[in-house]
Design a protein around this ligand. Structure first.
Ligand code: FE2
Length: 245
């Protein structure tokens, strides 16, 4: 993905970029996919202009998932990584002030969640959530541990590739986009039925963060780069907001 600016103009959201609601190999979509044509509701002024909670209230460790659950003396277990990139609009202009919320499984592939049933152990030092706000140049960065793959009861032999979930909030509640980031070189990406529901290889590749060795922290953490493009030809594939704003 390049950062080269595109000519100006309006870039309508490309509905074909998103996976269809009904993707039978991803079994839960069979029950979740709508049976009727969607109804359209206009958004309210408050939804479009209201401030989003959380932009101004970040704690010093919110972007450090290695330490934000159990403190600086009790780092999370697992391969230490940095994820960084920029939030960009359809013309590759930086988007400052976007709230990026992150959640993920621990290094063993287990979520800290009451509905989690995978037998991999919890890490007492890892909560799995964090958040950052993009800077003036659109850049963001967080530290975490590499999440592990985990099995899920789809075909009884399906494994999710290592991934981090991200939610991106603009300045209003209705401007929320949700996606997942994968890691370069993971063979499980191309075997995953959720990834397979995405019709375009280019859309899938927009979700795979390459290794960025130049940003490694020596003797500490490896780096991955993940640019989040909100719209346009290089748009990141978001799993919600097919209707888009
Ligand atoms: Fe997940």
């Amino acid at each position: 993905m390049t950062d080269a600016p595109e000519p100006g103009g309006y870039f309508p959201r490309d509905r074909g970029w998103h996976p269809p609601a009904l993707s039978p190999a991803y079994k839960t979509t069979v029950k979740r996919a709508p049976s009727f044509a969607p109804l359209s509701f206009p958004t309210s002024l408050g939804e479009e202009t209201g401030p989003v909670f959380g932009h101004e209230t970040l704690g010093p460790l919110d972007g450090d998932l290695i330490h934000n659950f159990a403190g600086l003396e009790n780092p999370a277990i697992g391969p230490r990584i940095v994820v960084h990139g920029r939030v960009l609009d359809e013309s590759a202009r930086p988007v400052p002030g976007a709230l990026i919320e992150i959640w993920q499984a621990n290094a063993g592939g287990r979520y800290r969640h009451r509905n989690e049933s995978y037998l991999a152990p919890l890490d007492p030092h890892f909560g799995g959530c964090g958040r950052v706000v993009s800077r003036e140049d659109g850049s963001y960065e967080f530290r975490t541990v590499m999440p592990g793959p985990y099995p899920w009861p789809n075909g009884m032999n399906d494994w999710r590739p290592a991934h981090i979930h991200l939610s991106i909030f603009g300045p209003a509640f209705a401007q929320r986009l949700v996606t997942q980031m994968y890691f370069e070189g993971d063979p499980l990406i191309w075997l995953c039925p959720i990834v397979g529901a995405i019709p375009s290889r280019a859309a899938i590749e927009s979700l795979i963060a390459p290794v960025d060795s130049a940003r490694n922290i020596p003797m500490d953490a490896r780096a991955y780069k993940f640019d989040i493009v909100l719209r346009g030809r290089r748009q990141t594939m978001f799993e919600n907001r097919k209707e888009g704003m």
